[in-house]
Design a protein around this ligand. Structure first.
Ligand code: COI
Length: 401
């Protein structure tokens, strides 16, 4: 089919809505006969007004600064993907009736680019992020992208702004692909237009406390996800719904919420991360355990990496299974817990120092409180960093730009 690129109807003006294909038909299905996202159509517009970069990386924090350029790709159910564009970082202009503003029809990804000790820039398992982006988009009846073509566009963007990747262990450039439903219509239905854009943000530690172990509130008052819901979808609403509970916990002096589910108080995730427990379980077996991907848990790239490394090292049992807060409480009180940590792209590995559950404080061993520093989380976070920063050369998980 002839591709009309950035045709008027793909632009997002309120008056520019083209004769829409039938609402309610799956946009994803319709898109199959339309243009796919193609790297060889990429159009680049360089900024004429480069920004100053933050000189002191310790002040970067998380997601406060953005590089000079962004990737921008428009989609319509009539034409498919228009030519992707790299443009100067700029505001979006959207009709206030766009579906994203009313029904939260959006999904995103979190990935990072690293400046290695050899000066080379590397991504980390980008194929997993793009597969998850497509899964999230499909859940929201938004269009999918061709993974290889999209990664080529994304690499060009990162290459263009690679001077923005901060140097040093713990520092990186966070990459935020975001897909939004742009059709200007208030009816609740499939969006006939969408925008996928990618932002780059030089970052340091995710938590304001830096890389320090975190204190958690385990409370069943709020539930993050439930069977048949969207817990495994990286959609803004999942995160928005956690902000008030997190604020309440933070007002009480905690760093994050430990999300529980069901009458048995199953342990699911922590804050915006997956959760791992390294313990001797009730059967006396040394085990690394994390909640299973049953639809309520986000399939974290770092989560999978921890599982892959633990399985490769074969030091103890590695299981994805349900476990409950009362089981965890008993294990902590019996001294059977070696350590607990969260995993995510933003924080990578975040050790847990304490969980408060039903008003009881449960102190968890961390490298800061134990003389023995042979923690699994230390080994796994060092190995992940070795791969990301090129101390292990040519690792298949860390493609160079
Ligand atoms: C991650 O750590 O992977 C995240 O997505 C966190 C982000 C929501 C800030």
């Amino acid at each position: 089919m002839m591709n009309r690129g950035l045709a008027a109807g793909v632009r997002l003006g309120c008056q520019a809505r083209k004769l829409a294909p039938l609402r309610g038909l799956s946009a994803t299905v319709q898109s199959r006969s339309q243009s796919s996202l193609q790297h060889d159509r990429l159009v680049v517009e360089q900024t004429t007004n480069p920004k100053d970069k933050v000189q002191d990386v310790t002040t970067l924090g998380f997601g406060k600064y953005f590089s000079d350029h962004m990737l921008d790709c428009d989609w319509s159910s009539a034409d498919g993907w228009a030519a992707p564009r790299i443009t100067p970082f700029q505001n979006l202009s959207l009709c206030p009736s766009a579906l994203v503003f009313h029904y939260g029809l959006e999904c995103f990804e979190g990935m990072k680019a690293y400046r290695g000790i050899d000066g080379e820039c590397r991504l980390f398992r980008p194929d997993m992020n793009v597969a998850r982006l497509n899964k999230s988009a499909t859940r929201l009846a938004l269009p999918a992208v061709d993974p290889e073509e999209f990664i080529k566009c994304l690499k060009d963007l990162v290459r263009m702004d690679q001077d923005w990747i901060p140097e040093g262990l713990g520092y990186s450039m966070y990459i935020r692909p975001t897909m939004i439903a742009t059709e200007p219509v208030l009816g609740v239905g499939v969006s006939n237009s969408a925008k996928l854009y990618v932002l780059l943000s030089p970052v340091g530690a995710y938590y304001s406390g830096g890389f320090k172990p975190v204190r958690l509130l385990a409370d069943s008052k709020y539930v993050r996800a439930w069977p048949g819901g969207m817990g495994d979808t990286k959609s803004g609403g999942n995160y928005g719904a956690t902000i008030r509970p997190c604020k309440e916990a933070q007002d009480e002096g905690f760093d994050q919420v430990l999300w529980l589910f069901g009458d048995e108080h199953q342990v699911t995730e922590v804050g915006t991360m997956n959760l791992f427990v390294h313990w001797t379980n009730e059967d006396g077996v040394e085990e690394l355990v994390t909640a299973p991907l049953d639809g309520t848990i986000l399939a974290g790239v770092t989560r999978q990496t921890v599982l892959d490394l633990a399985n490769e090292w074969d030091q103890f049992a590695v299981n994805e299974r349900t476990f409950t807060m009362p089981e965890l409480q008993a294990a902590i009180q019996d001294g059977r817990v070696n350590e607990i940590f969260g995993s995510g792209t933003a924080a990578t590995i975040a050790p847990v120092a304490e969980i408060v559950y039903n008003g009881v404080s449960l102190k968890v061993p961390t490298a800061e409180t134990q003389e023995d520093s042979s923690f699994f989380s230390n080994r796994v976070s060092e190995t992940i960093a070795d791969i990301q920063y090129g101390r292990i050369e040519d690792h298949p998980w860390a493609p160079k730009l």
